[in-house]
Design a binder for this molecule. Sequence first.
Ligand code: DHB
Length: 340
Amino acid sequence: MLSKRKSFPHLISKGFLTSHSVGTTMAKLSVEIAGLKLDNPFILASGIWGETGATLARALRAGAGAVITKSIGMEPRPGHANPTIVELDTGLLNAMGLPNPGIAAYGDEVREALKPGKPVIGSIFGADEREFVHLAKRMEGYGVNALELNLSCPNAKGYGSQIGQSPELTKKITAAVKGAVGIPVFPKLTPNVASIAELAKAAEDGGADGICAINTLKGMAIDLELARPILANKTGGYSGPGIKPVGLCAVFEIFKAVKIPLIGMGGISCGTDAAEYLMAGASALQVGTAVLVRREKTFTTLSRELDAFLRSHKYGSANELVGRAHGSVGAPAEAAKGGS
Ligand code: DHB
């Protein structure tokens, strides 16, 4: 889908740290979040390769620590009319419109995705807590290891951010799902609000086991010749390298507001992006748009680059970075010099 010519040249050229790990063992990249054990922090984000079990399994075999399914709803949905994607210099705009086969048809896909033996997180979207509970129970029955609640898609009337912009509804839906299933529940929050930290607190109050932040920013692009919006839906969700500062800031602020662990995302495309998100407070990370550029190599490349950063800066593990930017400890090399 993305041409080589326009595939975010700065993304390709930046961050390819040379690996310090040739011939030695990797730094400890494994992480644990709400009891889920990941052999590295990099999780395939929802909506990227997630409509079939085969592509989810492919991401796991290519080195993803875990995968998240496409968001699945009550009934099959075709999604929005084309154009649904606009490629920008700094990322992507998309308005897919939550296309999915419906929960009744998704069991075989989950079973296929589970074959590599790594965590599979089921993403669900509903119009209210009754739908969310139904979807959560079905997904749990299919065998997923955790749930992501899509309270943040900016593209579908009556779903996603239209519900998730309300702290009250975020808490209510989270609490209803938590009361209905035994697996960890991770609400995915929208940045299109005045305070994402307030939403995170509401999710925590509803019993969430962790928070995913951020989903896409609402945006648009205009066709100058036609003098109309390019996307058939007019507006879409903006993702990719351009939103990294927004995602980092959200994770930093949420980390201060809640005690539950965070899964950070938004523009992660190299190992040092990952290190920044861990330092801001994320315990695990999601990768979406970068997978469309780097494809199968995404996960091994990110792991290798994060390992190189950890080694060159004298960290023993990815966990040692989590929340580091909030404290006075600083980096190991600085501490060794007696800095604080
Ligand atoms: C969809 C788009 C998004 O940007 C998102 O974050 C979630 C869902 C969609 O339109 O399907």
